[in-house]
Design a protein around this ligand. Structure first.
Ligand SMILES: [Zn+2]
Length: 416
């Protein structure tokens, strides 16, 4: 055997071996630290992942990054000689949803000691998509308009614009379903209107969609001539008295607009026994020459007939008014109030929590009336609407069959 071959055979044991040995035997993998992208978090747009990698010996061999199942991409360390680098991830190139990024650092040893770190994260670059439920395409004069919106993801804000007013949506128990209840005025011109919805998701992606809905004409009963006594005629024409009443009532209704919780449950009950003498919206004439829609439903019975809360709520008015006599207003939340007027006695106080069916007072003939009756009112988003509808329909959830039946009750007018 030539001597040079013998030398090669023993070389690893001599000087060359002392150099190669650590590369062969080293078993400590590189240390890897990632920041800028966190597990389980949601991202949009560009995100910078900072990578710091150290390997004392024999040194870093290969550094790669891999997005999902894509081929790994080799990375090089910063050109300033530091043990770091960064990777800018353009999340717009990824689909919305779950993704994983993994970084692998391998050292130069023959064992190829490697460290891998993976981060599972979410991407959302798409604004919420909105769907207006079919029933929310039609509204009726003098009725409650339930606008139900289904979104394809959770939203942090949903704001509507309708009749040049901002409308508030509240989340429903059903996932990604939102509702706004709007009172349509008896005189709202019947035609198509735009409803603009702006939704923002948790990532701040904002989408705006405009829908069209139609206000349909309600056929209101006409007729009835109300003869008020000279004293009550004077009261009716005294604008300062009605202004005073309206300020107090407006203040009570405004409290319901600020109540984000739905206090009522299911359908409402009719608040008193008796004959329906004047339906909501009936166009009537007074001996004062005034002609106007009746903005409540009259239930006539003898004085001291009990009056009950239509549903759960908080009393926001319990006062003696000029036109409405002894009046109670109950806030049911989310802009919904009911009122009970011309009472002979009030059983509750402002701030009281009342239950559906709880007695709140006794029927009477106080204020501008021609006989004992309960003027039962309903106000939704500041607008008077037919209360009867709430007895038949549970506005808690959307329903396919929108109630459009007109209330047809023969009437004998009994004032407000
Ligand atoms: Zn009335």
């Amino acid at each position: 055997m030539p001597s040079w071959i013998r030398f090669l055979a023993i070389a690893p044991l001599l000087g060359i071996g002392s150099y190669l040995w650590p590369i062969l035997s080293e078993s400590t993998p590189p240390r890897l630290q990632l920041s800028g992208l966190e597990t389980e978090k949601l991202y949009r747009g560009s995100v910078t992942l900072n990578i710091s990698v150290t390997d004392d010996r024999p040194g870093l061999g290969l550094l790669t990054i891999q997005i999902d199942d894509d081929p790994p991409i080799p990375l090089s360390l910063a050109t300033d000689g530091g043990n770091y680098t960064y990777w800018t991830l353009d999340t717009t190139l990824l689909t919305d949803g779950a993704h994983t990024v993994s970084v692998t650092a391998t050292d130069k040893s023959l064992r190829k000691n490697a460290t891998q770190q993976a981060i599972a994260f979410y991407v959302d670059n798409t604004p919420p998509q909105l769907e207006l439920l079919p029933e929310s395409r039609q509204a009726w004069q003098g009725k409650t308009f339930g606008i139900f919106v289904q979104t394809d993801e959770a939203v942090s804000a949903l704001i509507g614009k309708l009749f040049d007013r901002e409308v508030t949506f509240y989340p429903m128990p059903s996932e990604n379903l939102y509702r706004s209840l709007i009172g349509i005025g008896v005189k709202q011109p019947p035609k198509n209107y735009p409803l603009t919805l702006t939704a923002t998701d948790r990532m701040g992606n904002t989408g705006k969609q405009t829908f069209t809905f139609e206000v349909k004409a309600t056929v209101f009963e006409r007729g009835g001539y109300i003869t008020l006594s000279p004293e009550k005629q004077k009261l009716m024409m005294d604008k300062s008295k009605s202004r005073e009443d309206n300020a107090k009532r407006g203040n009570a209704y405004a409290k319901a607009n600020r109540e984000a919780d739905q206090l009522w449950e299911g359908t409402f009950i009719r608040p008193a026994e008796g004959r329906l003498t004047s339906p909501f919206g009936k166009y009537r004439e007074y001996n004062t020459g005034v002609r106007r829609h009746h903005l409540g439903t009259d239930i006539a019975n003898v004085v001291a007939t009990p009056a009950y809360a239509g549903n759960h709520g908080i009393v926001t008015l319990a006062d003696r008014l000029h036109i409405y006599g002894n009046a109670v207003v109950i806030n049911h939340g989310q802009g919904v109030s009911t009122s009970y007027n011309h009472l002979s006695k009030i059983d509750v106080q402002v701030g009281d929590r009342v239950e559906r069916g709880q007695r709140i007072g006794l029927m009477g003939a106080t204020g501008q009336v021609t006989g004992s009756h309960l003027h039962w009112g309903m106000v939704v988003s500041g607008v008077a609407v037919a209360p009867e509808e709430w007895i038949e329909r549970d506005f808690s959830m959307p329903t396919a069959d929108q109630l459009s039946a007109d209330i047809d009750v023969k009437s004998t007018a009994t004032g407000e």
